[in-house]
Design a protein around this ligand. Structure first.
Ligand SMILES: Cc1ncc(COP(=O)(O)O)c(C=O)c1O
Length: 441
């Protein structure tokens, strides 16, 4: 007989991710339900979702088509082996994705998260050069202040100091371009900041240093989200595209946040009119409901692998849950919901309202920058001397008490509501924040 004592409300066992566990467990914040733009807390309060969950519930919560598709799929075909076997929905989803992806991205590899999508993209890039006979191209170039998930490839090409400090030596053979964030020159920019396009030329310097023949790929987020909404200057991404193309280096866009309508276009690639060789996505692919990621690659990359004896596996990579039936069904229903409601472009319609609402916070205490693009915004606060992150974290706690979910990273408040947000809900987010900023220590 089991001697396990089940204590449902003991918070101790679950070591929570990216959470101040001791603070949380002293004063827990629990959601028990969600519908459309709102969460319901365990004490029965409604909280307006200002962050689309974690930048993922782009169509809002508990959307009927997605809920139904998941239930139906679970009853019909719950799981099919991902290797050497198939099921129709994964193929259908890949086709639907290619329909909305930038022209030139023609094949899809499925994963279960943004982090796995990043690892997959980096491995495709390395193996691509190898199958092409350029196996000396092993170096990967990322950027300072980049976030590419939590696995070793991603934290290596990423530019987050805590990762670099805590987790050993990471991958060898990685270099980093500078980030483009510049408060002195670009504070309170509306849309793209004016200064910094020439920072793309740092890539030329890195290529000269290492020699192009050693470099496999450059990976960037079109807009860096998790490290505080860092928006590129005009022409910056186009310049990276030119330089990578010139040197035979693959360009990878990490669109885990910018994908699926966040900038008011289907993908960041569309917003900036730059097509990468590989595009990394996740989050909004299934509206955040079921873990899934998708990596889209060009035909040139895919076709380079389709050589040798036909019984041999061409790309030695995959996950037990790649293209899982329930995730595929959720993805298809999500894309349908986006299409039915025009959500992949709705952000562009709301962007002017969003911009003016956010920038109305200029001049309030502690605000040192406000920036916006599509339906993403950031309010950067002056840190409390000697206590970085504390001021923004206390804004987060107050906002939660006052019925609005925001997200903070360092002393930056990041906002990314579901793409179904109404103008009055935008006002509610901003009015709540205005009140809070006036009372912060
Ligand atoms: C740009 C980017 N890449 C990768 C990831 C990692 O995604 P996941 O948490 O699904 O592994 C994130 C998550 O926020 C992200 O913003």
């Amino acid at each position: 007989m089991s001697t396990t004592t089940v204590v449902p409300n003991d918070l101790n066992a679950f070591w929570m991710p990216f959470t101040a566990n001791r603070q949380f467990k002293k004063s827990p914040r629990m959601f028990v339900a969600a519908k459309d733009m709102h969460y319901t807390t365990s004490d029965g309060r409604q909280v307006l979702d200002g962050t689309a969950g974690l930048w993922c519930c782009n169509a809002g919560h508990a959307r009927p088509k997605i809920v139904e598709a998941i239930a139906k799929q679970a009853a019909e075909l719950d799981y099919a082996p991902a290797f050497q076997m198939g099921h129709p929905k994964a193929f259908e989803l890949a086709n639907r994705l290619i329909d909305i992806a930038p022209k030139g991205l023609d094949h899809v590899l499925f994963t279960n998260s943004g982090s796995e999508s990043v690892e997959t993209a980096l491995k495709v890039a390395l193996a691509y050069h190898r199958v092409k006979g350029e196996g000396s191209r092993t170096r990967l170039i990322g950027r300072e202040r980049a976030y590419h998930g939590v696995n070793f490839g991603g934290i290596s090409v990423g530019g987050i100091v805590t990762n670099r400090k805590m987790f050993g030596t990471l991958l060898a053979g990685v270099d980093h371009m500078p980030h483009t964030h510049n408060l002195a020159k670009n504070a309170f920019s509306k849309g793209l900041p004016e200064y910094g396009t020439e920072l793309a030329d740092e890539l030329e310097r890195i290529v000269t240093l290492h020699d192009a023949s050693t470099i496999a790929a450059v990976i960037v987020e079109p807009v860096a989200g998790s490290t505080g909404v860092l928006i590129p200057p005009p022409g910056y991404l186009k310049r990276l595209r030119e330089i990578t193309k010139k040197h035979g280096i693959l360009l990878i866009f990490d669109e885990v946040i910018t994908g699926y309508g966040r900038l008011g276009t289907p993908f960041g690639a569309d917003y900036f009119d730059v097509v990468p060789d590989i595009m990394v996505t996740a989050k909004g692919l299934t509206n955040g409901v079921i873990p899934m990621g998708a990596v889209m690659v060009s035909a040139e990359i895919h076709d380079a692998f389709m050589n040798g004896p036909e019984h041999v596996i061409e790309f030695f990579h995959g996950y037990t849950y790649s293209g899982n039936p329930i995730a595929s069904a959720a993805g298809l229903a999500t894309l349908e919901t986006y299409k039915d409601e025009g959500l992949l472009t709705r952000g562009a319609e709301l962007a002017p309202k969003w911009e003016s609402a956010l920038h109305s916070l200029k001049g309030l205490p502690h605000v040192i920058d406000i920036r916006n693009i599509g339906l993403v915004g950031a309010i950067e606060l002056e840190p409390i001397a000697g206590q970085p992150t504390k001021r923004a974290f206390s804004a987060f706690l107050k906002a939660f008490e006052q019925g609005v979910l925001i997200r903070t990273t360092g002393d930056i408040i990041a906002l990314s509501p579901p793409l179904i947000v109404s103008e009055s809900q935008i006002d509610q987010i901003v009015t709540t924040l205005a009140g809070i900023l006036k009372t912060l220590e």
